[in-house]
Design a protein around this ligand. Structure first.
Ligand code: SF4
Length: 379
């Protein structure tokens, strides 16, 4: 049995859980290829005009899945206690049914951690029951999924790199082989899970060696600028849609990401809010962004958002006010399907020039009596 998993949206945060879950159930997972022009076009044609770019991309990835028995579209209502995911996550799969190729059924499940682990397990049991799996197997699969997800999340910190984390999951030695199967036909879990994936052409930044299994200690170059790139993982790690922003930035500066901040630090940086943020992604973005704003070693912040994102319209504004208070250079890049590379490079270079100038001339008092950059913290 093959389950199609679109390489978009929740792929960037929760794929390890689902990979572990289905692996334990001995179900093959096939992902769509990394985004390319055709996928984007397919998504634009089938998704609603008003929706955000990541959902349009998800619609395209759904159509890129071929020769699968099911297309997996979970409704991830809540992924941790006391939070919700974005309302557009909640509308999946219904909002994207028009993108599903004819003849392929949709496999879905509602995942709501606000209702507790017992309910989550019950819902997973119901879903996997449709695939003929026993309760005991599903219980084991749930534990396995959590183990893989934890492994992925534990990689958070200064050295975190998405591609390496996924590769580490792939090369981990989870290899329960099926009993009573002739040795010649046994396949390792890696072959079963990733061998048939079409995800192979990784677009790693040039400075990250391909074959690393042990993460190198990151030594920051103190002479280079340090820029924080904040935003949803499915935008910052989506190289096609963000026009390779991360790589472009890394060529010119040391880059800090939301995932480089430990969870405890995120929580600490949320304490100043009068009211709790209840969107899980937004919490991470704001907590990490707040930390970067007050970190004197971070010279500037770029907020990567997309047209039509409801949660960012609020969080971005909160963060920009913080940045203004602390005179931290701050720029917002809004992506949509029409974003062009030339415009992005121009803005990026202008921002980095401005940040560099501030770094060098921070204490400079001009002959007109006013510091040149004292109020120009935003572009
Ligand atoms: S958080 Fe924003 S970008 Fe993400 S799914 Fe919701 S509206 Fe779209």
């Amino acid at each position: 049995m093959k389950i199609g998993f679109p390489r978009a949206l929740y792929y960037f945060d929760y794929f390890p859980f689902w990979a572990g879950f289905f692996h334990q159930l001995d179900i093959e997972v096939v992902t769509s290829p990394p985004t390319h022009r055709r996928i984007m076009e397919l998504g634009l044609k089938s998704a609603s005009d008003e929706t955000c770019l990541p959902l349009k991309l998800l619609a395209g990835h759904i159509q890129a899945l071929r020769e699968v028995d099911w297309i997996f579209l979970p409704r991830m209502v809540s992924v941790e206690a006391d939070t919700y995911t974005c309302p557009k996550f909640l509308g999946i799969p219904e909002s994207l049914l028009s993108a599903v190729p004819a003849g392929i059924p949709v496999l879905t499940v509602t995942l709501n951690w606000r209702k507790g682990q017992r309910q989550v397990l019950k819902d997973l049991t119901e879903m996997a029951g449709q695939l003929g799996k026993s309760k005991a197997d599903i219980r084991k699969a749930f534990a396995e999924g959590q183990k893989w997800q934890k492994r992925f999340q534990d990689a958070r910190g200064r050295e975190w790199n998405f591609e390496e984390s996924i590769r580490e999951i792939a090369s981990a030695n989870y290899s329960p082989k099926p009993q009573n199967t002739p040795v010649s036909t046994q396949r390792t879990w890696k072959e079963r899970m990733f061998g048939k994936m079409t995800v192979i052409p990784y677009t790693l930044p040039t400075d990250v060696p391909l074959a690393k299994t042990v993460k190198p200690k990151v030594v920051l170059d103190s002479d280079r600028l340090r820029i924080a790139l904040v935003g949803h993982s499915y935008l910052t790690q989506e190289t096609y849609a963000n026009l390779n922003l991360l790589r472009k930035l890394r060529q010119k500066a040391e880059v800090e990401l939301v995932q480089h901040v430990e969870q405890e630090e995120i929580e600490t940086n949320l304490l100043g809010l009068r009211k709790k943020l209840f969107w899980s992604h937004s919490k991470d973005i704001y907590g990490a962004g707040n930390k970067f704003v007050t970190d004197p070693e971070v010279h500037g912040i770029i907020y990567l958002t997309c047209f039509g994102c409801g949660t960012d319209s609020m969080v971005q504004e909160l963060l920009s006010r913080k940045a203004r208070q602390h005179h931290k250079p701050y720029m917002v890049i809004t992506l949509d399907e029409h974003s062009g590379e030339a415009g992005l490079i121009t803005r990026l270079e202008a921002f980095l020039d401005m940040v560099e100038r501030r770094r060098i001339h921070e204490g400079y008092v001009s002959t007109h009596g006013e510091r040149l950059d004292s109020h120009s913290n935003t572009l």
